[in-house]
Design a protein around this ligand. Structure first.
Ligand code: DI6
Ligand code: FE
Length: 409
């Protein structure tokens, strides 16, 4: 079977600057890594490749993974942003029927093609920075037809572009206006109608719930988890973002893939997550955009060895962010993550939050050949720069998906 040889890499298989292989090469066959290591050790059987690519001594890391996004939505909320700047709080705007619900109106109003086009623009920005896998949530439809439309768009994004898309059903994101004052009725719809129907259509890889004072409480969140369990779907949770409701403990009881946001997480939550193997997904873009002051308990997460992932939370209300590299910088400046922690957060720890055994966020024999070559002298530059393009080449499943090297077409 044919194979491709990639040569002259500074290879960081786990995106860890301390564990690099100098003058490395990598053999790709059938979209996976067949061999990798120092050039001097290349076995003779791989010495006659069908194709060879020279990477000029560039740093090579695993493809980046954006493990928590609301990438598919209609319109934007720049006007609401302006209101907040004039003094209104996020909770006030949400209570007045703005916030998530205004994006629901905009998303419902779009046909599938327009929604796809608007979402592609954001996806392409992420792909230009080396993203090779992404999670995309529903949750701006909040009725069967509109949630289906969002999830179909998410799936189509993965067909149109060289990226692995994992879909998450977030029907329990907010109460749609037609169910005002009837949240339990809406949850019946989410758990008994929408979730089973969309799961049967193969549109759901995982289920999420926004557990918060302005969204769904603990018993309601547990209902969502039970419905997911009945369908054999893994769960995750928007937990302790604006207050501590104990959502992360509940999520851990359901062996959640991740609990996300976590600014108000306490030690009991940290311990529960550790025990369950639940990933802590930190979202510094939302922290920044909301001008939050409560920091997630980074030191506790570190001390107890809970894996920390980082993601854009790309959404119209609290993180209109289409740059995972910018999130790396925010995680270090705002949350004080180290360079190795930040890089693990968008590779192997993010992979765990996706729950797809085929996406490991690491380069090793047998793994998908999803990797990025960078125009940097040190991997710290991936965290350091604000807005400077650094991605030279993106390879997904062994094929060049982006070539941004100087002089490349
Ligand atoms: N938490 C968030 O930060 C976003 N959703 C969520 O559950 C906010 C979504 C929005 O305001 O549109
Ligand atoms: Fe979110």
């Amino acid at each position: 079977m044919s194979y491709t040889l990639w040569t002259n890499l500074r290879l960081a298989p786990g995106a860890d600057p301390a564990h690099a292989v100098e003058d490395a090469c990598l053999v790709e066959q059938d979209g996976r890594i067949a061999w990798m290591g120092p050039r001097a050790h290349l076995p003779a059987r791989w010495s006659g490749p069908d194709q060879e690519h020279e990477l000029g001594g560039r740093w090579v890391t695993p493809g980046l993974i954006d493990c928590h996004t609301h990438l598919v939505y209609g319109g934007n909320r720049a006007e609401e942003f302006a209101l907040r700047l004039a003094g209104a709080s996020y909770e006030e705007i949400a209570r007045q029927g703005g916030g998530i619900v205004s994006s629901v109106r905009a998303t419902r109003a779009l046909d599938e093609e327009t929604l796809l086009a608007q979402s592609l623009r954001r996806l392409d920005a992420l792909l230009d920075e080396g993203v090779t896998a992404i999670e995309i949530k529903s949750g701006y439809g909040l009725d069967l037809e509109s949630e289906r439309k969002m999830l179909r768009v998410a799936r189509r994004l993965g067909e149109l572009r060289p990226v692995t898309v994992r879909t998450t059903f977030l029907g329990a994101h907010a109460l749609p206006p037609e169910y005002a004052g009837r949240s339990d009725d809406y949850l019946n719809l989410v758990c008994e109608d929408m979730m089973p129907a969309l799961a049967a259509e193969g549109l759901i890889d995982a289920v999420d719930v926004f557990c918060e004072r302005i969204a769904f409480d603990l018993p309601q969140s547990e209902r969502v988890f039970q419905a997911a369990r009945t369908l054999g779907l893994p769960v995750k949770m928007h937990a302790e973002q604006l207050s501590n409701l104990g959502g992360s403990v509940l999520a851990s009881r359901y062996r959640a893939l991740s609990a996300d946001h976590l600014e108000y997480l306490d030690e009991a939550g940290v311990l529960a997550m550790k025990q369950a193997g639940t990933v802590a997904v930190l979202l510094p873009g939302a922290f920044y955009f909301l001008r939050e002051r409560q920091l997630p308990p980074i030191e506790l997460l570190r001390r107890h060895g809970v894996p920390m992932a980082l993601s854009t939370d790309s959404n119209p209300g609290t993180s209109p962010c289409a740059s995972l590299l910018l999130v790396l910088n925010m995680a270090s400046t705002l949350f004080r993550l180290t360079v190795p922690e930040a890089l693990a957060g968008v590779t192997r720890h993010a992979a765990r939050a996706l729950g797809d055994p085929d996406i490991t966020g690491e380069l090793k024999p047998g793994a998908r050949a999803d990797f990025v070559a960078w125009d940097v002298d040190s991997l710290a530059e991936l965290v350091y720069w604000l807005g400077l393009p650094r991605c030279a080449l993106v390879v997904r499943h062994g094929r060049i998906s982006r070539d941004l090297r100087k002089g490349a077409a």
